[in-house]
Structures are given as structure tokens and as C-alpha cells.
Design a protein around this ligand. Structure first.
Ligand code: NAD
Ligand code: WQD
Length: 343
């Protein structure tokens, strides 16, 4: 595979994956509506990789614009990151999430089919497991997402599986990410959420950089060693490498659709993340103990064995590296991409 189209390539995980793709020699075309991102991320990707990907500002739901881009780019495969990803927003406005995420995928797949492009890597999520019966959670575990966002991920997985089973020229990898954190070690790209961050790491970073006074710590009475919830935090560059491994695998897997957990296999508590970020940033990071956040599960971490066996991929970066790289990004860009002097 030589040429890839990256939907959502200006976003957090997509931009990091673009760097890994460019550095591995792929021709990369980014397609992004910029609804939740900035073109400055693509500029920074070009700066790191020394090569500029094509950028089309297009919404995946716009079928004629999609067809134009895919006809021009003629990619060998597609990485589909584009979508809405806030769990609480999806609970508040489920139809917006269903319409947006399902329509984006359906239009993309239709255009790919018409243009004869049959390889896709989809950004799914560990949220499809809900509260798991067994830890570490394998891909064979039952899926029961506890929110509309997670349901859209499962539905798109099913949509892709049905397309592959109807036409054996297709092949697909459904990558279930656990908790992506960290940044490229250059400090030039990173996570840049709009408004109040909903996730732990970006919130902590904004406390460290002085944008917020303290972390709201949700839940100290979980049945875990320190009472706080445990998750599988994975460095975003490990995740990026997982996409390259999946793309390579698709070349030798016609007619197959497989789900893969991308996680480290290790559970880390909220307080352990706070301590690691204190070490990385040198800031005290005060927090306020609050009750549990509705919808949170006590513990969730991956069994990443299938990705290791079938894709030859494993996460290698430590929690300390995740915090160091995230801090390098945030401390050099306290206002995110706006710190590059752009609107
Ligand atoms: P992000 O919001 O930073 O990136 C998504 C990108 O898609 C943004 O650049 C946005 O502008 C673009 N986009 C949204 N809707 C679009 C549309 N209809 N057409 C074109 N572009 C569109 O999010 P991220 O954290 O990089 O996540 C990437 C993918 O991974 C998402 O599908 C998300 O659901 C999934 N995921 C993320 C996490 C996480 O914790 N970050 C975990 C599991 C799965
Ligand atoms: C981690 C822990 C919080 C913020 C979410 C999505 C999931 C996936 C990854 C997309 C929890 C606690 C958090 C804060 C806190 N995304 N926390 N104070 O909930 O595991 O997963 O992101 O697919 O679908 O649900 O990640 O980072 O929000 O929370 O105490 O300000 O940190 O309660 O225990 P989560 P998170």
C-alpha cells in the first residue's frame, strides 16, 4: 500500500498518525471538515515530517465532494478517524451523533465502493465494551456500549463487517482504542480540545499550565487499590504505529474484517496519572475530590494479545513518556494551536 486517505487527519489521533505515515514513506491525503480541529495541525505535521500532505476541507457526509477527492487521490486504503467523540454530548443529543457518525461512515463506504477502494481502518473505541465482565478485556468480550457515542462505534463496525462480507475484495481493521494520551515528542502537535476538557489528561495539562485551578477528581470510592478508577492509557504514537501495522496487514487479508484492541494491557488509576504528571511537569496539580461521574466504569483495560499476534504490534511507551511528551506540547503551546499565532 502506498497511498492513503486520512479522514479526520487534522484531529488529535489523525495528525499523529499522519506523521507516522509520512515518515514511513506513504503518500498521505488529509480530508477533514475542521469542525473540531485546525489546519495549523496539518502545518505542524508538515513541519515535523518535512513533507506536506494534501488537505481537503470536506465533510464526510458530502457525497459529491467525497467522490471528487477520492477520484483525485486514488488511495489504496482509507483511515477513517473523522467523527464526533464526546460521550456527554452524545447523551444530550443522541440523534446528532447517530446522524453524524453513521452518515459519515455510510457515505465514505459508498464512495469507496464506487471508486474501487476496498481497504479501511476504522477508529473504534473500547467504549463498545461498556462495563466488562472480565479484565483484561479481549475482543471476544460482549459489547454493550453505555452511551450513544459508543453505539455509533459499534454500528459502524457492523456496517463495515457487512460490506466486507458482501464483497470479498474488501478488507477492514476495526481498531478499538483504549485511552489515547501524550503527544509527538517534537512538542509540535498534541491534543487541543475546545472548551472545558472532558478527559483526564487534557484537563490535568490545563491545570499544570495555569488555565484551570484544580482537577475535579471523579470518584474516590471505587473498589480499586487507591479508590480511583483505572484505565488503559496509551501513548498516541504507539496508537499511530498500530495503524501502520493494521494497514500493512490489510494487504494480506482480503475478505477479512477483524477487531483489534489497541491498549497497553495495564490499568492505571486516576491518582497514578496525577502523580506521573506532577513528576513530568513539576507543578503541584491540586485536585478536588468529587463523586463518581455518571456512566464511568470502575476499571477497563485491554488484552492486546490479538494485535500482537496478528499485526505484530505492541505498545512500548511508558506512562512517564506519555506525560513528558504531553507536557512538552502543552507547555510550549499553552493555548493549543492558537499559540502558533493563528486564529
Ligand atoms: P478529534 O476530534 O481530535 O478528531 C476528529 C477529526 O474529525 C477532527 O479533526 C474533526 O474536525 C474531524 N471531523 C469530524 N466530523 C467530520 C466529518 N463529518 N467530516 C470530516 N471531518 C470530520 O478526535 P480524536 O481524538 O483524534 O479521535 C479520532 C477518532 O478516534 C474518532 O473517530 C474518535 O471517536 C476515535 N476515538 C477517540 C478516542 C479518544 O479518546 N481520543 C478514543 C477512542 C476512539
Ligand atoms: C478517565 C478517568 C474519570 C476527567 C473516554 C471515553 C471513551 C474514549 C476515551 C472515545 C475516569 C476521571 C476524568 C476529569 C476525572 N473516547 N476524570 N476528572 O471516560 O475512560 O474514556 O475517553 O472513544 O469513549 O468515555 O476517559 O479521560 O474521560 O476519564 O477524575 O476531569 O479520569 O472519571 O475515571 P474515559 P477520561
Amino acid at each position: 500500500m502506498e497511498s492513503v486517505l486520512v479522514t479526520g487527519g487534522a484531529g488529535y489521533i489523525g495528525s499523529h498518525t499522519c506523521v507516522a505515515l509520512l515518515e514511513a514513506g506513504y503518500e498521505v491525503a488529509v480530508l477533514d471538515s475542521l469542525a473540531n480541529s485546525s489546519a495549523a495541525a496539518v502545518d505542524a505535521v508538515a513541519e515535523i515530517a518535512g513533507r506536506r500532505p494534501r488537505l481537503d476541507v470536506v465533510d464526510c457526509r458530502d457525497e459529491s465532494a467525497m467522490e471528487k477527492v477520492i477520484t483525485e487521490v486514488r488511495p489504496d486504503g482509507v483511515l477513517h478517524f473523522a467523527g464526533l467523540k464526546s460521550v456527554p454530548d452524545s447523551v444530550a443529543d443522541p440523534l446528532r451523533y447517530y446522524r453524524h457518525n453513521l452518515e459519515s461512515a455510510a457515505v465514505l463506504l459508498s464512495v469507496m465502493e464506487r471508486c474501487g477502494v476496498g481497504k479501511i481502518v476504522f477508529s473504534s473505541s473500547a467504549t463498545v465494551y461498556g462495563d466488562p465482565d472480565v479484565l483484561p478485556v479481549p475482543e471476544t468480550a460482549s459489547t454493550r456500549p453505555g452511551n450513544p457515542y459508543g453505539s455509533t462505534k459499534l454500528m459502524v463496525e457492523q456496517m463495515i463487517a457487512d460490506v466486507v462480507s458482501a464483497d470479498s475484495r474488501w478488507s477492514a481493521a476495526l481498531l478499538r482504542y483504549f485511552n489515547p494520551v501524550g503527544a509527538h515528542p517534537s512538542g509540535l502537535i498534541g491534543e487541543d480540545p475546545e472548551g472545558v476538557p472532558g478527559n483526564l489528561m487534557p484537563y490535568l495539562l490545563q491545570v499544570a499550565v495555569g488555565r484551570r485551578p484544580r482537577l475535579p477528581l471523579y470518584g474516590t470510592d471505587y473498589p480499586t487499590p487507591d479508590g480511583t478508577a483505572r484505565r488503559d492509557y496509551i501513548h498516541v504514537m504507539d496508537l499511530a504505529d498500530g495503524h501502520l501495522a493494521a494497514l500493512e496487514h490489510l494487504d494480506s487479508a482480503p475478505g477479512q474484517v477483524q477487531a483489534y484492541n489497541l491498549g497497553t494491557g495495564q490499568g492505571t488509576s486516576v491518582l497514578e496519572v496525577v502523580a506521573a504528571m506532577r513528576d513530568a511537569s513539576g507543578h503541584p496539580l491540586p485536585y478536588e475530590e468529587l463523586g463518581r461521574r455518571p456512566g464511568d466504569v470502575p476499571e477497563l483495560w485491554a488484552d492486546p494479545g490479538k494485535a500482537h499476534r496478528e499485526l505484530g504490534w505492541s505498545a512500548t511507551r511508558t506512562l512517564a513518556e506519555m506525560c513528558r511528551d504531553a507536557w512538552d506540547w502543552q507547555s510550549s503551546h499553552p493555548q493549543g494551536y492558537r499559540s502558533r499565532g493563528l486564529p
